[in-house]
Write a protein that binds this ligand. Structure first.
Ligand code: PMP
Length: 449
């Protein structure tokens, strides 16, 4: 189909969407008078206006106009547990009965720290934050302070929070560090880019599967090479596993067998409440203790260098809600009772099956869409694929994704406007079968490229 055709189709689809959602439209109009753009989380907006959710019913979301959607977005991975995990509800209810705004330490944070360090072997010491963004801000700060260096190696297309966003260039509102960018999954570029700035680097940060850039898995070779380079130059390697820690019982690092120096966590690990965490090597994390220890250098360091290295000064890590009892007790319940290794493996196996089913349908009907990802995290791209790099993702035609998005909403399935899907434990095989059937139904009548 030619460009004009798909544009007309899209315009008609948007009109159909808007016509049956007067209540959401009215709320959007009200919102634009008090919230810039009508929202307070940019990713939730799409044109002509997003539907407004009134409540969840099991794995379904219900909007202000009474439409019901199977929730395949799972709050961008934070909703892994679904909308009604009994164990979390019971824990939070108990916490609410005991008081939730206590400016004091309590037992919940100790228990959660014990569970997190037991689950992720690379995390010897951990600290809690309110969001994944904060976790990354602090992890980077800790690594720079511990090494006494200023450079941060990051990936083009990487996302570590609104103030740590890397497109082709760092976002203008990024935390103002000295950034050096390289290309994800391009080992040759990595070798050259790393070598050019190695002595300046105080850390390298990477998401082992680029989530926001389109669920692009890092190849084991690429991530292994990054680990080697960081070892060779004593550069702490930070794995941002805010999203990807759900891809295996011990995170994606556990699946890959690659051990970072620091790891950041967030999203679902607070049981669905606001949450973030960063942790890792004892020496780096000791900057937040009263008596930091000198960095224990890696394979290249001689004993003399090690002895000459001064201990960094102690840092404060503040945050009124860092140890808030609701998130802490919800996280404990989630890890203890819900996120068993079996449950984590099962939801990821389901995701693998769904990705394969979608790609088979797109190929069979010659629809120029392709689903990238791993396990329960995936992203439909507007190209016939495969999508293995950020450049591959950028080549896609966004209109196809939009068409698919609205077609699925019409059939009662909610994924992100950008094509992102994150399955929750609540999504049943029946729902997935229905979604695959809806995709097949749409693909069979969709225009061909
Ligand atoms: N890192 C990654 C990889 C993320 O996907 C996100 C959120 N999408 C963040 C960090 C930021 O987390 P939060 O939204 O909790 O600040």
């Amino acid at each position: 189909m030619v460009g004009g055709g798909i544009d007309d189709l899209l315009a008609a689809t948007r009109e159909r969407y808007a016509a049956v959602r007067p209540a959401s439209r009215a709320l959007h109009d009200r919102a634009t008078r008090v919230l810039p753009g009508g929202h307070t989380r940019t990713v939730l907006h799409f044109d002509p206006f997003p539907f407004r959710v009134t409540h969840a019913e099991g794995p379904w979301l219900v909007d202000a106009d009474g439409h019901r959607y199977a929730d395949l977005l799972g709050n961008y991975t934070a909703g892994l547990l679904g909308h009604a995990p009994d164990a979390v509800r019971a824990a939070v209810t108990e916490t609410l009965a005991r008081g939730w705004s206590v400016g004091a330490t309590q037992a919940h944070e100790v228990e959660l720290a014990e569970l997190v360090t037991a689950r992720f072997p690379s995390i010897a010491r951990v600290r809690f934050t309110n969001s994944g963004t904060e976790a990354n801000v602090y992890a980077i700060a800790a690594a720079l302070h511990a090494t006494g260096r200023r450079g941060v190696l990051a990936m083009r297309g990487g996302y570590h929070g609104g103030v740590l966003t890397f497109g082709d260039a760092p976002s203008p509102i990024n935390v103002p560090h000295e950034y050096h960018l390289t290309d994800f999954n391009d080992a040759r570029a990595l070798d050259a880019d790393f070598a050019a700035v190695a002595p300046r680097l105080g850390c390298a940060i990477v998401e082992p599967l680029l989530g926001s850039a389109g669920c692009i898995p890092g190849t084991p070779e690429y991530l292994g090479r990054l680990r080697e380079l960081c070892d060779a130059h004593d550069v702490p390697l930070i794995f941002d596993e805010v999203m990807t820690s759900r891809l295996g019982p011990a995170g994606l690092q556990g699946e890959l067998g690659i051990t970072p120096d620091l790891t950041t966590l967030g999203k679902y690990l607070g049981g669905g409440f606001s949450f973030g965490a960063f942790g890792g090597r004892e020496d780096i994390m000791s900057v937040f203790s009263p008596r930091p220890v000198p960095l224990s250098l890696g394979s290249m360091a001689s004993r003399a260098q090690r002895a000459a290295r001064p201990a960094p000064s102690p840092l404060a890590h503040a945050g009124t809600f860092n140890n808030n009892p609701v998130s802490m007790s919800a996280g404990v319940a989630a890890l203890r009772h819900v996120l068993t290794p079996e449950a984590v493996r099962a939801v990821n196996a389901r995701g693998d099956g769904l990705r394969e089913a979608l790609n088979a349908i797109f190929a069979e009907h010659r629809v120029p869409l392709w689903t990238a990802g791993r396990g329960s995290m995936m992203n439909v791209h507007g190209s016939p694929g495969p999508v293995r790099t950020v450049a591959d993702a950028a080549r896609g035609d966004d209109r196809w994704k939009e068409l698919y998005f609205f077609a699925m909403l019409e059939r009662g399935y909610y994924l992100a406007r950008r094509g992102f899907i994150a399955l929750s434990l609540e999504v049943t095989d029946e729902i997935l079968d229905g979604f695959v059937a809806a995709t097949r139904d749409w693909a069979a009548s969709a225009p061909t490229a």
